[in-house]
Ligand binder design. Structure first.
Ligand SMILES: Cc1cc2nc3c(=O)[nH]c(=O)nc-3n(C[C@H](O)[C@H](O)[C@H](O)COP(=O)(O)OP(=O)(O)OC[C@H]3O[C@@H](n4cnc5c(N)ncnc54)[C@H](O)[C@@H]3O)c2cc1C
Ligand code: FES
Ligand code: FES
Length: 497
């Protein structure tokens, strides 16, 4: 392994800042508030839910500019910010002038007590600097601030301020060639190892370094986006001594698309994987759009969503229905398994000490396959699923020739509904008489639990309803008649298909 460096560097207000010592679990929020006294960034929930701590992280966009992403500083570890420009609320006003977003907040009376305001403004700063084409309308703004809570102002003036401020091209002095040059000055391809052998934050630079380091320290905690592990630190106060961050490993964040498959590296964020997965089917895009918030999607990864093995993670059922495979690596050894085999039992995955997820490969369904995916949660946005259902039906002459059905929230793991799959095969989509038997089969597949999200009876009933809905839609009923909120944008772009 190459000699590792001990310090990290970030850009603050155009200047390089070198940080020589930090604890493996120090959060970016604690760094800002306690070390810099940059107390404009607030701590509300300390678990990624309220957005009060939102800051923007800028990284080179590969075109000579800077890509700004909103992150929840409360659950983002300081070491993960290595190589980034960190923009906080204090940095926006310049020369006695407010930033256009701040000015719009004033003009629209979009702040009352003000506690949430820095977080809203920073989430919108990232939207202001968006790289995606297209107008900023109410829907875009609602998406950008779904992870920000305001208790007193009300969202109407906030949304109005955002639509006005983010309408045109960014013109605030951020993100230009000077900022890009500052980032290139601090870029350091060497691996990072801050600490000693007993307590460290490490960021390997290559996959071989990651494999060797994790083999040597199988007791270390791997982190990708830390949208889960961050809460182990801030809420569960777990004593974590060794942290290995996979986010800087060369090539591990890549999303490769061919005619046959999409390969998603374990460090690719939801946001990075979203477009390719949404091209498979618009329902998948919609589930990903509703996963967490813009802040969570900018940091959290599909690899982390799989590896943490939650029974209510959104992407595992989707990917299982699509027939995804997982590549795991331990030292020099690799193996590939069907994704559903990875989930053995509640809290138990098929992963050896020192073994990590390298990538997930998602085969693209053929033109004869129909996909449907539905997320059921108490709140429409920024909420963990009570249930997630994903269906892939291959059709032949109006009949279902083969089926893959997967659910989250129905068992201790994300799980295929094998009995229901067997029961739908052969179904004539024009003859509803046999559908009930397929719906009944779900009760043989699952004995769901009751918890604060949903009762067992509710879960089973909704699962039946979702399978029924998938069959109804695939048989030809337009989604404008089956969906209460929105309609499905068909693969051919037709609304309601
Ligand atoms: C506010 C909020 C909202 C959320 N909403 C949703 C939601 O709507 N739907 C949903 O599904 N989830 C949601 N989550 C949960 C969270 O985003 C996911 O679990 C996320 O996918 C974890 O990814 P990560 O990269 O942040 O993982 P991390 O927190 O970095 O890691 C998660 C786990 O995976 C392990 N791990 C990470 N990378 C690897 C690897 N390469 N190999 C092996 N193990 C690895 C870690 O050791 C840890 O055990 C939400 C979280 C927050 C904070
Ligand atoms: S403090 Fe609430 S999201 Fe960070
Ligand atoms: S202005 Fe008070 S919480 Fe938003």
């Amino acid at each position: 392994m190459k000699a590792a460096r001990q310090s990290i560097s970030i850009v603050r207000r155009g200047e390089a800042v070198k940080i020589d010592a930090f604890s493996p679990t120090e959060t970016l929020l604690d760094y800002l508030r306690l070390r810099e006294a940059a107390i404009g960034t607030k701590e509300g929930c300390a678990e990624g839910d309220c957005g009060a701590c939102t800051v923007a992280l800028g990284r080179p966009d590969g075109r000579g500019g800077v890509d700004y992403r909103p992150v929840n500083a409360c659950i983002h570890l300081l070491g993960m910010a290595d190589g980034a420009e960190v923009v906080t609320i204090e940095d926006l006003a310049a020369g006695g002038m407010l930033h256009p977003i701040q000015q719009a907040f004033v003009d629209h009376h979009a702040s009352q007590c003000g506690f949430c305001t820095p977080g809203f403004v920073m989430a919108l700063f990232a939207l202001y600097h968006r790289k995606e084409d297209g107008p900023v309308d109410r829907e875009t703004v609602n998406d950008a601030i779904a992870g920000n809570l305001c208790r007193c102002t009300g969202y109407k003036p906030i949304v109005a301020a955002a639509v006005e401020a983010c309408a045109g091209e960014a013109d605030d002095g951020f993100g230009g060639p000077v900022a890009a040059a500052a980032l290139s000055d601090i870029a350091d391809p060497e691996p990072l190892h801050q600490g000693d052998e007993r307590r460290f934050f490490a960021s390997p630079a290559t996959i071989d370094e990651l494999a060797a380091l994790y083999r040597l320290h199988p007791d270390a905690t791997l982190i990708a986006g830390a949208t889960d592990v961050g809460l182990w630190i801030t809420k569960q106060l777990r004593p974590i001594e060794k942290v290995i961050h996979v986010g800087r490993v060369a090539g591990l964040a890549e999303v490769e698309e061919t005619d046959e498959a999409i390969t998603i590296g374990a460090a690719a964020t939801y946001r990075e994987a979203e477009a390719a997965l949404a091209r498979i089917d618009p329902d998948i895009g919609e589930v990903l759009r509703r996963l967490g918030s813009a802040q969570v999607r900018a940091a959290g990864t599909i690899g982390g969503n799989i590896a943490n093995g939650s029974p209510i993670g959104d992407t595992p059922p989707l990917l299982i229905a699509l027939g995804a495979e997982l590549k795991l690596r331990r030292g020099a050894e690799t193996r590939t398994i069907a994704l559903e085999q990875f989930f053995i039992d509640y809290g138990k995955q098929d992963r050896l000490p020192g073994e990590f997820v390298e990538f997930v490969r998602v085969p693209k369904p053929g033109a004869d396959t129909r996909i449907r995916a539905y997320k059921i949660s108490k709140r429409f946005d920024q909420d963990i699923s009570a249930l997630l259902a994903a269906f892939a039906f291959r059709l032949e002459n109006g009949r279902i020739a083969s089926a893959r059905i997967a659910f989250g929230g129905m068992a201790g793991t994300p799980k295929r509904a094998r009995q229901a799959e067997a029961a739908v095969v052969g179904l004539d989509l024009n003859d509803r008489r046999r559908w009930d038997a397929a719906l009944d089969a779900l009760a043989q597949d699952f004995t769901p639990l009751s918890d604060h999200r949903a009762s067992a009876a509710y879960r089973l009933r909704v699962a039946r309803g979702l399978l029924n809905k998938a069959l109804i839609e695939i048989a030809g009923t337009p989604s404008s008649r089956t969906r209460l909120v929105g309609v499905r944008q068909g693969r051919d772009g037709r609304a309601g298909a």
